[in-house]
Design a protein around this ligand. Structure first.
Ligand SMILES: Cc1cc2nc3c(=O)[nH]c(=O)nc-3n(C[C@H](O)[C@H](O)[C@H](O)COP(=O)(O)OP(=O)(O)OC[C@H]3O[C@@H](n4cnc5c(N)ncnc54)[C@H](O)[C@@H]3O)c2cc1C
Length: 416
């Protein structure tokens, strides 16, 4: 009789709990691999609806999913990876709760650590601006918006001080800045007069962009539509305005002008995470370069994907869409490799872009079908597209319920 072989399956360590990591988890065969996820964030966050949480259209917990629940049978380690040693196939980690240091061995390592907010090293940005990348950022923004309104509503405050508190300043005209401006406008139109009578006429939303246009990745016609739509909504667009430094409640520009306000949102794109910056691998504008199979060429059995990586001589976007496709691909590729099957290179399929621009209107650009849509019907497309892409049934139900709740009862402006 033949003796049964009891070999341990190879250990796959995934760094990160974002779009790329979750799609690998959904695909990978746990009979072929033992999987550990290392991330400082114990949940997956559906970022496309993050701007909606800043004003209460959607609640915070409706767009997150605990990572341990996304796939039973995996090991989740709440830590961040500090160093990678490809020679000994070992990573060094630091626990998030108590800062304990430990090391972990891997057979295959997947780097999916995303990217960070780009501050361009400008003075005052870290200290005085708010960001919109994680759930904690959205909560800070929501609290600041309500705090500005509460303070402006106090008796004995001058009209000038009220106007300053109610001036909301957004730096960066990409999708995040535009969607935040749109959501904030909706909040003021729909909920402010009822909660703070007489104050809404003092509110000003300004979006500052260093380039001559906003939404640079979208088609010219959709950009012009958004600019006209913002103009109608009273959102002040300041183009060709480059910030020089930031202080407590003020922005100084290259031309020497200074603007004051109660809130500053900084949303000017991404830079590499400290881990990726430290890694000795080849990079393209801070993103790790991989081959077409998502492997880091100089490091056997290390893969990189999502916002932190790009494929050699390709210009890939930093989007959830790309991270999801790459995650799905890598999960299936690892399964095929385990069975000794042939593997194919990764190909990004650009399905298009969506953005919310306020007052129940959205943009959609689908390059393959040469479609450029805008307006109220596109808004329903925007909503249904995001509803179907949420990762769990629980998220879908909660988001749908939040949308209905907001329509029927308005937004909750409580501060606690
Ligand atoms: C407000 C907002 C709205 C957006 N809207 C859209 C949209 O509508 N459509 C779209 O396609 N894209 C959108 N994006 C972009 C999209 O969120 C990113 O492209 C996507 O999250 C990238 O996925 P990822 O897996 O590479 O990284 P992420 O999803 O950012 O995940 C990175 C993970 O790595 C973890 N991590 C970081 N450092 C370490 C470390 N040292 N060790 C271990 N783990 C680490 C993080 O905690 C996180 O869990 C939006 C982004 C934002 C901020």
């Amino acid at each position: 009789m033949k003796a049964e072989r009891h070999t341990e399956p190879p250990h796959v360590v995934i760094l990160g709990s974002g779009f790329a990591a979750v799609m690998i988890l959904k695909k990978i065969n746990l009979k072929e691999y033992r999987v550990s996820v290392v991330s400082p964030r114990n949940h997956f966050l559906f970022t496309p609806l993050l701007p909606s949480t800043t004003v209460g259209t959607v609640e915070f917990r409706s767009i997150i999913e605990p990572i341990r629940k996304t796939r039973k049978g995996i090991d989740f380690i709440p830590a961040q990876c500090m160093e990678i040693d490809p020679e000994s196939r070992r990573i060094e980690c630091e626990g998030v709760e108590v800062g304990t240091r430990f090391s972990l061995d891997y057979d295959k390592l997947v780097i999916a650590v995303g990217a960070e907010n780009n501050t361009f090293g400008l003075p005052g940005v870290e200290e005085h601006a708010l960001f919109l990348k994680e759930l904690v950022d959205a909560r800070n923004l929501r609290e600041r918006i309500i705090s500005c309104m509460e303070r402006a509503d106090l008796p004995g405050i001058s009209e000038q001080e009220r106007k300053k508190l109610l001036h909301f300043m957004i730096v960066g005209g990409g999708p995040t800045g535009v969607e935040f401006a749109a959501e904030l406008h909706d909040l003021i139109e729909e909920s402010m007069e009822e909660n703070y009578p007489g104050l809404s006429r003092l509110v000003k939303i300004t979006l500052y962009e260093a380039l001559p246009t906003i939404l640079g990745a979208f088609d010219q016609e959709l950009r012009s539509y958004t600019m006209r739509h913002f103009d109608r909504q009273g959102i002040d667009l300041q183009l060709n305005k480059r910030v020089k430094q930031i202080g407590e409640g003020w922005l100084e520009f290259d031309d020497g002008s200074v603007e004051e306000g109660g809130l500053i949102l900084w949303s000017t794109g991404y830079s590499p995470t400290p881990l990726v910056e430290r890694l000795p691998f080849q990079k393209d504008r801070g993103r790790m370069i991989t081959d077409e199979y998502l492997c880091v060429p100089s490091a056997p059995d290390i893969y990189a994907l999502g916002d932190c990586a790009t494929i050699v001589s390709q210009s890939l976007p930093q989007t959830a869409q790309l991270a999801m496709q790459a995650g799905k691909y890598l999960g299936s590729t690892l399964n095929r490799k385990a069975k000794g099957k042939e593997i194919k290179p990764f190909k990004f399929n650009n399905l298009g872009m969506l953005a919310y621009v306020g007052e129940n209107k959205a943009l959609a650009e689908v390059p393959k079908a040469h479609l450029r849509l805008r307006g109220a019907i596109t808004y329903f497309f925007w909503r249904s597209a995001y509803l179907t892409r949420l990762v769990s049934l629980k998220n879908k139900v909660l988001v749908l319920f939040d949308w209905i709740k907001t329509r029927v009862f308005g937004r909750d402006m409580s501060k606690f």
